[in-house]
Ligand binder design. Structure first.
Ligand SMILES: C[S@@+](CC[C@H](N)C(=O)[O-])C[C@H]1O[C@@H](n2cnc3c(N)ncnc32)[C@H](O)[C@@H]1O
Length: 212
């Protein structure tokens, strides 16, 4: 679902980009390393700060970034206008139905979007589908614990049901062949979970002997 006006203000804000650059990107790099020369997808790119980080800090060769909200995609387009088309593809798109063939990307980034999706399990399945075997999923997510807080309930809009804890999110990733293991951390009194998972190589998934 799209953001309400309050959350748009909170997201399209220098404080949000500061947190993305100085905290989330640092943790992502520590847990998953860079993506130099790789083809990367960002789901829910918002105004494009994450996309810029993926290109500049992580060194991706090509980034496709999508957001459900055309207004956000337009903001990202303005921010990222200097990048050539062969480096950056921006479009309106749904993380529940990613417009890409199976095994298209070396990495997928999620800067806090999946908690906005009512049937969020669909987007986890889609991320797993479009990742190449061995590809990495960088995620920062807002847990049910945060969404239950007064501020979130009063001022922000999120799906009312089917919310997830950090453990449930990771369990769903692992069910879809994205191994996280101990490669994640809680942050802000467990309100946020941040981590990097790796898509199980295809032959292991088919054989049903994950981790062997
Ligand atoms: C909390 S904002 C985060 C934006 C940006 N990633 C950031 O960190 O600043 C969540 C974003 O996800 C987008 N979004 C929500 N549901 C989506 C979906 N199903 N597919 C793609 N984007 C979605 C929203 O429009 C919004 O821009």
């Amino acid at each position: 679902m799209k953001l309400n006006a309050v959350e748009k203000f909170l997201m399209n804000n220098p404080i949000r980009s500061f947190v993305q650059r100085k905290k989330e990107a640092v943790m992502f790099e520590k847990l998953g390393g860079k993506t130099v020369g790789q083809k990367v997808l960002e789901i829910g790119c918002g105004r494009g700060v994450g996309t810029e980080i993926i290109i500049e800090r992580f060194g991706a060769a090509e980034v496709h970034a999508v957001d459900l909200d055309p207004e956000m995609v337009e903001l990202a387009r303005k921010r990222l206008a200097a990048y050539p088309a062969e480096k950056l593809g921006l479009s309106v798109g749904d993380a529940e139905a990613i417009d890409a063939p199976d095994h298209s990307y070396d990495a997928v980034f999620d800067f806090g979007i999946i908690h906005h999706i009512p049937l969020w399990q669909n987007s986890v399945a889609e991320v797993a589908r479009v990742l190449k075997p061995g590809g990495r999923f960088y995620f920062e997510e807002v847990t049910q614990r945060a969404l239950d807080r007064w501020f979130y309930r009063t001022f922000l809009e999120h799906p009312k049901e089917n919310r997830f804890s950090g453990e449930q999110f990771i369990a769903e990733l692992e069910k879809n062949g994205i191994e996280v293991g101990k490669n994640s951390a809680y942050w802000l009194f467990d309100d946020l979970i941040i981590g990097v998972g790796r898509k199980t190589p295809f032959f292991l998934q088919v054989g049903g002997i994950r981790g062997a």
